[in-house]
Design a binder for this molecule. Structure first.
Ligand SMILES: NC(=O)c1ccc[n+]([C@@H]2O[C@H](COP(=O)([O-])OP(=O)(O)OC[C@H]3O[C@@H](n4cnc5c(N)ncnc54)[C@H](OP(=O)(O)O)[C@@H]3O)[C@@H](O)[C@H]2O)c1
Length: 387
């Protein structure tokens, strides 16, 4: 196997873990292109080490600074969204690993699917916003959607060799986040610093806040719906604070398959890149005696309303999931910038959904327009609340 990886978001948490997988298997993987937003100094280190044929810097100013500061004559440097399209044409790639964060991941996914490149998908927001469009387009183009999220990788592995008609439930596990045992009153005073401390996983800021509100699990419910042959009623969330069981599938005989391992994203990232094979990986093996008990709890929809909101929008369909995503991205950003309280995140998302008239999603262009409108609307309402 020698796979050429087009890596979107190489400077983020998933991007850096992906490069560590590549570093461990230089004979199996190489990097065709690295794509970042602004972190040009880390990009320069990555270019030096992995020698891609191209790199894309989304941000115009950062791209100018990079060209002034660094000189990589053998690497073609492209800028912005147009540059991404040019790099996709220029580089020969076997797999497109999308580890951008947020709605920004949608457009690149569409382009790569249209070009017929297999997608390893970490950017769950793409499927939340445009699950139907992306899965239909992928089918039309014969493109594989390879899950990177640990839960979806677990479900994928549990489904192997099974008849999809025998699946009765998909059970997504959730750590419950850092505030799992906090009473409602205390949640009002949560600071960004507290919310950024996830008990089991080290991740980017946006997904860490989403994990604390349980919106991340809600987004994963929607992602699972689009990736696997189940109805929304067949998807269940179980809080499992140790994050050892990554998810489970139940079959018609009530037998349940689970996939386990230590919480380390390099494991599902590598599996997405090597499927159906496995390669060794230098991560700590599981020690059951040190680990001790694995426990399970029901999620609390009252203290963590984001999870309920995600189930609701999945059931209602139309443009609701895209609205939930846009409102959440702006609310999380406002919380991180100390403009709103932690408990205002679900309130803002719920209010935005209440004021929205859903329509059918007819194409990607309408999603760009809708996303822009909702962001403006939510930013405005946050500004007014601050006055
Ligand atoms: N982290 C995890 O363990 C984990 C697990 C499962 C799924 N995921 C999913 O994977 C995705 C990435 O998560 P992460 O934790 O790796 O995020 P992250 O650490 O915040 O990294 C985000 C990456 O996207 C780039 N980026 C940010 N905003 C952008 C924009 N507007 N346009 C273009 N590029 C932008 C960043 O570039 P710069 O650094 O140059 O700004 C960075 O490379 C998310 O969708 C998340 O839900 C993550």
């Amino acid at each position: 196997m020698n796979k050429k990886i087009f890596l979107l978001g190489s400077t983020g948490s998933i991007g850096v873990s992906t490069l560590d997988v590549v570093r461990q298997h230089p004979e199996n993987f190489s990097i065709s292109c690295l794509v970042v937003n602004r972190n040009i100094d880390l990009l320069a280190q990555q270019v030096t080490e992995f020698r891609p044929s191209a790199a894309v810097i989304y941000d115009d100013n950062a791209s100018c600074v990079f060209r002034d500061r660094y000189d990589f004559p053998e690497v073609n440097i492209f800028t912005g969204k147009t540059g991404l399209g040019q790099a996709l044409e220029y580089c020969e790639s076997d797999v497109f690993l999308n580890a951008f964060v947020g709605f920004a991941g949608l457009e690149p996914t569409v382009r790569a699917v249209e070009m017929g490149i297999d997608i390893a998908i970490a950017n769950k927001e793409t499927l939340v916003v445009a699950g139907k469009l992306i899965t239909e387009l992928a089918e039309e183009k014969g493109v594989n959607l390879l899950p990177v999220d640990s839960e979806h990788s677990a479900i994928w592995q549990c489904l192997l060799g099974e008849n999809s008609l025998s699946v009765t439930r998909i059970i997504l596990t959730a750590s419950g986040g850092p505030f799992r045992e906090w009473p409602q009153e205390k949640l009002n005073g949560v600071t960004p610093e507290q919310a950024l401390k996830h008990p089991n996983w080290k991740m980017g800021a946006k997904i860490t806040i989403d994990s604390a509100t349980l919106m991340n699990k809600g987004l994963e419910v929607i992602e699972a719906y689009w990736l696997y042959p189940v109805t929304e009623k067949q998807i269940e969330v179980v809080v499992h604070p140790q994050s050892i069981i990554h998810s489970m599938v139940e079959f018609s005989d009530h037998s349940i398959k689970a996939q386990l391992g230590i919480p380390d994203m390099r494991i599902p990232i590598q599996y997405a890149l090597t499927f159906p094979e496995r390669l060794p990986l230098d991560v700590a093996p599981m020690n059951f005696y040190e680990q001790g008990a694995l426990t399970f709890e029901q999620p609390d929809f009252e203290r963590f309303p984001c999870l309920k909101l995600a189930f609701d929008v999945l059931e209602k369909g139309g443009t609701y999931p895209a609205v939930l995503n846009a409102a959440n991205e702006i609310a999380v950003d406002a919380f991180l910038n100390e403009k709103i309280r932690f408990t205002q995140i679900p309130q803002i998302v719920a209010d935005t959904l209440d004021g929205h008239q859903s329509t059918e999603v007819t194409g990607v262009e309408m999603l760009f327009e809708l996303d822009r409108e909702i962001r403006e609307q939510v930013e405005k309402s946050i500004r007014l609340k601050q006055k």
